[in-house]
Design a protein around this ligand. Structure first.
Ligand SMILES: [Zn+2]
Length: 102
């Protein structure tokens, strides 16, 4: 069991770095998976940069910019050196984005 196994979806979460588990509405968010620019474009209605800023799970850190975002969710066996982990609030459904890099 990974160190994140106690969180919703945590068994799928395999980050490069150690991260605080994102919370929203004072509850741990559910991990959905890795996403890239293609998925973010669909989720944001085209305003990817605004979406990255608004949904940053760690807003006190460096902002997530487009050059940190991979082109798309990784295919099976594919890894991105710089990637975006997608979480969703377990309570209200708000999307949370966590940047992670090797
Ligand atoms: Zn919420």
């Amino acid at each position: 069991m990974s160190e994140y196994g106690e969180y919703p979806g945590g068994e799928k979460f395999e980050p490069w770095q150690d991260h605080e588990w994102p919370e929203h509405c004072s509850v741990p968010a559910t991990y959905i998976g890795e996403i890239g620019e293609r998925e973010l474009a669909a989720m944001s209605g085209g305003n990817v940069e605004g979406f990255l800023e608004e949904h940053d799970a760690a807003p006190t850190g460096d902002p997530i910019t487009l050059d940190m975002v991979p082109p798309q969710a990784p295919a099976e066996g594919e890894t991105w050196e710089s990637t975006i982990h997608h979480f969703r609030c377990t309570n209200c459904g708000w999307d949370l984005l966590l940047w992670d890099a090797s």
